[in-house]
Design a binder for this molecule. Sequence first.
Ligand SMILES: *[C@@H]1O[C@H](CO)[C@@H](O)[C@H](O)[C@H]1NC(C)=O
Ligand SMILES: *[C@@H]1O[C@H](CO)[C@@H](O)[C@H](O)[C@H]1NC(C)=O
Ligand SMILES: *[C@@H]1O[C@H](CO)[C@@H](O)[C@H](O)[C@H]1NC(C)=O
Ligand SMILES: *[C@@H]1O[C@H](CO)[C@@H](O)[C@H](O)[C@H]1NC(C)=O
Length: 445
Amino acid sequence: MDLSSNCKPSRLFGCHLTSVTCKCLAFVTIALFFRAILLHSFSGYGVVEWNNLDLISRPLLLNSDDGIRREKFVEVPQIVWGLNNQKIAFARSCLTARMLNRTLLMPSLSASLFYKEIDRLKPISFDKVFQFEKFNSLCNGFVRLGRYSDLKNQTGIYDLQKGSGRKWTVERDLEQLKQSSKGPVDKHEVIRFVGKNPFLWHDHWPVKDYARVFECLVLVDEIAKEADKVVSKIRQIGRKLRIKTEAVQNNFDAEVSSLPPAPYVAVHMRVEIDWMIHCKKLEQRSGISQICSSKQEIMERVGNIARLESPTVVYLAVADSLLNDSSILGGWKKGLLLFEKKKLAVDGIYKKHPYLIQSAIDYEVCSRADIFVGNSFSTFSSLIVLERTQKMIRMGITSTCDIDVRWPSYAYNVPGELNRPKKWMTNMSDASLKAISYGSNAISC
Ligand SMILES: *[C@@H]1O[C@H](CO)[C@@H](O)[C@H](O)[C@H]1NC(C)=O
Ligand SMILES: *[C@@H]1O[C@H](CO)[C@@H](O)[C@H](O)[C@H]1NC(C)=O
Ligand SMILES: *[C@@H]1O[C@H](CO)[C@@H](O)[C@H](O)[C@H]1NC(C)=O
Ligand SMILES: *[C@@H]1O[C@H](CO)[C@@H](O)[C@H](O)[C@H]1NC(C)=O
């Protein structure tokens, strides 16, 4: 094939958008460019904002609706618990609907974090947190969300009682789903799942299916803007510090606007009392000693990460109960400048919102960090690493373990060489999300 007839170098960007060859070439060029940037090690220059990658890192849209029926629905109860558990339960609902070849009626999430007091769970509509249309366009052909107004209310609702307890095995659960996908049950317009928390449903899907759903979750603008504010505040501080350092070194006043935004490290630091009690129990029960890391251990290991430039801003994602504990900000390696939301003076941004949104903002701040360090036994950390791994894979980098990549992730609870935290990436071939999200020190590096 003669490429030059379609895309002469001189008119590479002038060629018609309808030309498939040109589109491919442009795509490959952009991909190679970003790949080159991705392989750079941590440095103060050439920060590529996470968001700018979305253009090319999103999956190419599929045109077909691949069999998800638009007139048959699945309804699930309000989704509860922490942000991560809600995301997992939501993805599980989507994948259940997909298995039944049905559209999922847009569920309610929970704005507050109460485990037992059902009346205080404050339902919040999915589309108050994530973009509805965007979800359907990104997940087109894979899973589909519908609205209650789409219902024709003609063929009725079938209540599908989910079992619970020890006798309700994975096999029985799967068998029930299979039965519901045909025969008389399938005639109903709506299959409504009833029973205890959908979060307790058994897992029948591989990690990559979950990743595919998570990728379609894009925060609504209002919340995304709040996360942007926090991220730019962190980068601004880093920039000012660098300007000061350069000015001292070079003995001149550096031009503020000439420096690019600075990179930052985010550490999801779990050392609050509730977690410590939980993880000590877990260590005893599982016989694994690498679950709980002390404050001291986290500080040391993060400080040992190779190639951290000085000064570097470190954002600590910590529980609110630690915000008044000044000891978490002290004792770090020289050159690391520690902030949490209070010291950053962004706690006002968080306080305006309920628990779920606060958590979603922190999630964004961590997942966009140039370096992320978390605990492999935390679902929050695990989902962040899953997203970061997924983005790297979309860029064509299949293993981030042995090479310097642009957005590395580490687990501080697993020691690596020279008492560094161990590099961490998600094993996308795992057969169930359970393998990676509910406590594991298998971090595939
Ligand atoms: C799903 O439904 C569509 C539309 O009715 C149909 O074409 C397709 O074969 C169904 N797929 C499965 C797996 O049942
Ligand atoms: C069907 O019922 C739902 C919920 O009761 C309602 O919101 C919807 O408007 C109804 N649809 C039609 C077409 O009557
Ligand atoms: C921290 O201290 C301030 C003032 O002493 C108090 O108002 C606030 O409630 C405390 N916050 C937490 C999370 O303990
Ligand atoms: C990833 O998971 C697959 C399937 O469980 C397994 O065969 C493989 O060894 C794992 N890879 C790593 C690097 O842990």
